[in-house]
Ligand binder design. Structure first.
Ligand SMILES: Cc1cc2nc3c(=O)[nH]c(=O)nc-3n(C[C@H](O)[C@H](O)[C@H](O)COP(=O)(O)OP(=O)(O)OC[C@H]3O[C@@H](n4cnc5c(N)ncnc54)[C@H](O)[C@@H]3O)c2cc1C
Length: 394
């Protein structure tokens, strides 16, 4: 397997030890239950608590807030070990890498003291609620509003496609504190699922990642105290979202590459066994060339991702480079998983085969977390800015 033959420079023996523990956890606490979760459209709360106890949730949260204060590579280990075997049900990475970091970076001491230990232990599950039926890539179009009152804010509106939507106990919700199509019109709020007026909608049926509870959320006069504003001032939502994007997109790149590697491993095993025309599938030159092409893509991906992990750890990963990594790895995942599925013939189309799931699950990566087109626009904007070229990107 590729990872075993190429030294992964950023990782130390401590990371390797943690990887062994996480791999065992995934094998014993996740995989045996995953088919049932796929049927139910949601994973158990139990697995979150167990993952918390195993140190797999929010590993980078400082010890002062109940975390292990580990570096981001410990998060990477969790993401990779789940991705390589297609364990897409538990939304750990949304919780640990895309929601909780807003609290770490912008939360008040009270918010951190209350929420972070609960998030680390898996006693509270978090989600990030940005997208609305009429606003995804163009978030300035969002209509969920947060009107100021004497004691806080009243939220009204609707969100859609929210990961951890059925299980979530607390959501980072983007809402407009100013009714304008402007970057300073949005603020982030912590909204607890128990707050009156908060309602979960449908757990949406998807073509892949079926155990992941991707849901609608509704806000009907939801009153939150002033302390639930994330950050000290209103109107900083976009700035806060931008701040977290490099990590979020690197996380997707890490996951996409590991999913591609997992699909490739399955394919190698299948091709080495499958017989046709009195030969093994691997005896055909076409198969050998396809496998070589995929292996080459994975090698390029591994060099890219591991280099950017080092940059991120050195505080040197720019938003446009992270966007390029997300763009390339997710497109590569689509190409390679498609090539792999072809080698399975008709069996590749059957849900009982992991490659069929990998194929369906690969499709979302080019859309969620910022689509490929949005990544291209970020990359181009940054390129033109560096070269002082004026262009209309609206
Ligand atoms: C499984 C899943 C989980 C998700 N989880 C979450 C979550 O936890 N929280 C959350 O807030 N959201 C979540 N999302 C939403 C996701 O981030 C959005 O779907 C995504 O940002 C795209 O928005 P949209 O669906 O409204 O598509 P639109 O924005 O309507 O895009 C339509 C098309 O226009 C293209 N486009 C966009 N901008 C440009 C441009 N500048 N030039 C040319 N074409 C462009 C897009 O690429 C796409 O092809 C999730 C989505 C899915 C499918």
């Amino acid at each position: 397997m590729f990872q075993d033959t190429m030294t992964r420079k950023p990782f130390s023996p401590a990371h390797d030890l943690f990887r062994d523990q996480v791999r065992r956890f995934v094998e014993t606490e996740i995989l045996p239950y995953h088919d049932d979760w796929d049927e139910q459209g949601v994973v158990s709360r139990e697995v979150w608590k167990k993952a918390g106890a195993a140190g797999m949730l929010c590993p980078t949260v400082p010890e002062a807030y109940g975390g292990s204060g580990a570096d981001y590579l410990f998060s990477v280990v969790v993401i990779e070990e789940m991705a390589r075997v297609g364990a897409t049900g538990p939304g750990f990475s949304i919780h640990s890498e895309m929601a909780a970091p807003y609290l770490e970076s912008f939360g008040s001491d009270d918010q951190k003291e209350y929420w972070l230990p609960r998030l680390v232990r898996g006693e509270a599950i978090s989600g990030l609620a940005l997208t609305e039926p009429g606003a995804g890539s163009d978030l300035r179009r969002m209509t969920t509003s947060a009107k100021k009152t004497n004691s806080g804010y009243v939220l009204n509106g609707q969100k859609v496609f929210i990961s951890n939507g059925q299980l979530g106990d607390v959501f980072f919700v983007a809402a407009k504190t100013k009714n304008e199509y402007a970057t300073d019109s949005v603020s982030l709020f912590l909204v607890e699922a128990e707050t009156p007026g908060f309602k979960r909608g449908r757990n949406l049926k998807k073509i892949g990642a079926k155990a992941q509870d991707t849901s609608e959320l509704f806000f009907d006069n939801v009153e939150v105290p002033h302390e639930n504003l994330v950050g000290e001032e209103e109107g900083k939502g976009f700035f806060q979202l931008m701040h977290g994007l490099a990590r979020e997109r690197l996380t997707i790149a890490v996951s996409s590459l590991a999913k591609s590697e997992g699909a490739f491993r399955e394919t190698l095993a299948y091709a080495a066994e499958r017989e046709l025309f009195h030969k093994k599938l691997t005896d055909f030159q076409n198969t050998q060339f396809k496998l070589a092409e995929v292996q080459t893509e994975l090698t390029v991906g591994r060099c890219l991702v591991d280099r950017l992990l080092e940059d991120y750890l050195n505080n040197d990963l720019s938003a446009d480079t992270a966007a390029a990594a997300k763009l390339w790895t997710t497109e590569m995942q689509g190409r390679t998983v498609d090539t792999c599925l072809q080698l399975f013939g008709g069996w590749g189309y059957m849900w009982e085969y992991p490659i069929a799931r990998a194929y369906a699950e690969a499709r979302v990566e080019r859309v969620a977390g910022g689509s490929s087109e949005v990544m291209k626009s970020i990359i181009c904007k940054s390129l033109f800015k560096k070269m002082d070229i004026k262009a209309d990107f609206s």
